[in-house]
Design a protein around this ligand. Sequence first.
Ligand SMILES: Nc1ncnc2c1ncn2[C@@H]1O[C@H](COP(=O)(O)OP(=O)(O)OP(=O)(O)O)[C@@H](O)[C@H]1O
Length: 304
Amino acid sequence: MSESAVKIHQIQKRFGKNEVLQDVSLEIPRGQTLALLGRNGAGKTTLIRMLLGLLPPDGGSILIDGYDPTCEAQKLRSRVGYLAEDQTMYGWMTPTELCHFLKPFYPAWNQSLADDYLERFEIPRHQRIDKLSKGQNVKLGLTLALSHEPQVVILDDPALGLDTIARKEFNRELIEHLQAAGRTVLFSSHLLDEVEAVADAVAILDGGRIIRQSATEALRADVKRFVLSLTQVGELSPPAGLLDVRRWEEQLIVTVDGAAEFAEQLTSRWIEYDIVELSLDEIFESFVIGRTQAWPQAGNPVVV
Ligand SMILES: Nc1ncnc2c1ncn2[C@@H]1O[C@H](COP(=O)(O)OP(=O)(O)OP(=O)(O)O)[C@@H](O)[C@H]1O
């Protein structure tokens, strides 16, 4: 059995002239939780739909728990738990009825686990689904996605529609529960501060490509902001991994991916600096909207 539960190799996808994914490669080792980060329209849902066999890729290959979704989607679905971003369910059924309806489709369906989730999420079991709140709908979707004890769990922006407390509860309890059970989890999210606490690794999708994939802690160690005095910068050349540079009064604020190397470069030139640790939110922002053009040329002022 392969070590990676999710293997995505050079996936391509275009819609007409819109090249949404270009050579996207990604691996998630068994039992790990990976957060897929990207701005609106980056292609997260498109990629996730391909992982489920709901959309064919134009090129590249995918293996989920050893199955190829392009030709083994049926087998794959019993091994994968999936929560879609805009999950719609049979509104005229109750949660209890829906569980009974779905059970025969999944040999591994665990009704007592489904009951536990319904209880934990405080979902009214006998209320019509179209009368549930948005948050209750998301939680019901999660219950259905998890009750057949899938090895791989794919959640497309699962916390969307949940209030702040429910989101925290979701992250803390649900993801930790899945991690403890050895499940492999891929989830897309916009709520980066909350991702930070639960994701072993993050992948940033931007411009159709994965521009960075890393263990969360390693990324935080690698990407840092340096504050230097402009007068000391002199003819220092832009560092490798420069993500953002801006001027603040007489200081130069530099964000780099490769903090240790840059610190060494500065120290070797006797340039003093302060380091600012960044949140995942700030790191993500630096990757996708960072500006690097304003590096000061010797003798020229910095354009802000
Ligand atoms: N079926 C489709 N036909 C044509 N274009 C599509 C289709 N599905 C997605 N797209 C386009 O592909 C791009 C990526 O969309 P996608 O929904 O994958 O992004 P996303 O990262 O999930 O965005 P969000 O965070 O807003 O949900 C967008 O430009 C979208 O308009």
